[in-house]
Design a protein around this ligand. Structure first.
Ligand code: PEP
Length: 252
């Protein structure tokens, strides 16, 4: 099945308002008209509205880096799915490894966030991936399967089809250590087989699975050439317009 490549940039806790505006304008100029690849950027919450305005004339979609599962009320510091819809978000990163391992998010919490995104019409990007110690202990398959199963718990096949899964080996995020194409493809294939088991083959064939972990212009093409790698979630390189544009172009 042909899956349209999907490249998303995760700006993490970077950029001030001037920098976010400058980066957005540079991306609109370089890749704003790209239609062969779905492209999204996920700035910090405080820049969503401004970046969303700047992206409006382009095909680049707006995403958020996180969401809370309640609608409104006494949840100091949190941001609801409806608020993200209101500022023009289409995608939401759920369960990024930095939220799992620095903030302490559990699979159950991540699942609640996915369910809320889907009820509000937002498209979740479910991040999964093993720690270096887990890979060395031969636990990659178990860890990633658990994160996918629990992350998607309670989702219908139709809703699962709206989710993008981002496989991001934690040891490759921000470290410069990229998984080899064989290592990445092996886990992507395993995730797709698991989706077929949890749902059915057409659903599994329709879900886009991104790779994330030190993706750069120099390694994007070989990763994207793999059968089960349908795009990339890009951290560091998404902060440089030329690099992010080159990664998008590698997906065309
Ligand atoms: C990420 O933030 O999801 C990521 C993969 O970061 P980097 O590309 O910097 O490794």
């Amino acid at each position: 099945m042909d899956r349209k490549p999907f490249i998303a940039g995760n700006w993490k806790m970077n950029t001030n308002s001037a920098g976010a505006a400058e980066l957005s304008a540079a991306l609109v100029e370089r890749i704003g008209a790209v239609a062969a690849v779905d492209v999204a950027v996920c700035p910090p919450f405080v820049h969503l509205a401004v970046v969303g305005e700047l992206l409006r004339p382009s095909k680049i979609a707006l995403g958020a880096q996180d969401v809370f599962y309640e609608n409104d009320g006494a949840f100091t510091g949190e941001i609801s799915a409806a608020m993200l819809v209101d500022v023009g978000c289409r995608y939401v990163i759920c369960g990024h490894s930095e939220r799992r391992h620095v903030i302490g998010e559990t699979d159950e919490l991540v699942n609640r966030k996915l369910l809320k995104c889907l009820t509000e019409g937002l498209l979740p990007i479910l991040c999964v991936g093993e720690l270096l110690s887990e890979r060395q202990a031969g636990e990659t398959r178990d860890v990633v399967s658990r994160q996918v199963r629990l992350g998607l718990e309670g989702l219908s096949g139709a809703d699962a089809g709206k989710v993008t899964i981002a496989y991001e080996p934690v040891w490759a995020i921000g470290t410069g250590a990229v998984a080899t194409v064989d290592q990445a493809q092996e886990v992507h294939k395993m995730i797709r087989a698991l989706l077929a088991e949890l749902y059915d083959t057409p659903t599994a064939e329709g879900v886009r699975i991104q790779y994330g972990g030190s993706v750069k212009p120099g390694n994007a093409a070989e990763l994207l050439a793999c059968k089960d790698i349908d795009g990339c979630l890009v951290g560091g390189a998404s902060l440089k317009a030329d690099d992010f544009a080159a990664i998008v172009q590698a997906g065309m």
